[in-house]
Ligand binder design. Sequence first.
Ligand code: GAR
Length: 203
Amino acid sequence: MSGERKVRLGVIGSGKGSNFVALAQACRDAKLPAEIAVVLSDVAESGILKHAVDFGLPARFIAPGPFRTKLDESAESNYVTALREARVDLVVLAGFMRILKGGFLAAFPRRVINIHPALLPAFPGLASWKQALDHGVKVTGCTVHWVDQGIDTGRIIAQQAVPVLDGDTAETLHERIQQAERVLYPQTIGELIRKGVVKVAVA
Ligand code: GAR
């Protein structure tokens, strides 16, 4: 970690923002040696943007373009510009429900991280907790991984197992996984910074 300034995180999400809140609290309480430089979302009314405003952090909706599962070229470039302007050292995906393509990833090489609600490589893609229930597994969990061009295929950094209990519904299982996420994500990013794997990258 640089002595000059803290590692700056750019958090991107589409949803309610519970992972973001865990990260923002960990930064605020100095449990995570980083600061959140900007919060971006492809959903104007998302919880993550509202929470970011509550934390007094810069928060922006950036229109994703016409596609449902990815950003179009000009949107991608708008996201890259916003993250660069905020001098972000690590891009943290927190429930961002679009696939990032090569252009975005090339702008932040080995500097984009994601959390996924399953023990990858099991159950990539959408509603992984439902996939876990449907398969009848007894243990699932969450995974923090580097982002590559595949769907939840990047190199695994950390995992936390979560039991599937008798009588679990999709909702109860998802909530138990999300509780684990809120611990694992700040902890893992903190370890990456303390080990010097993630460091101040932008002057
Ligand atoms: C989290 O459970 C995260 O793992 C998942 O979206 C949720 C966002 O919740 N991400 C994915 O499924 C990405 N493939 P949050 O908005 O409350 O943090």
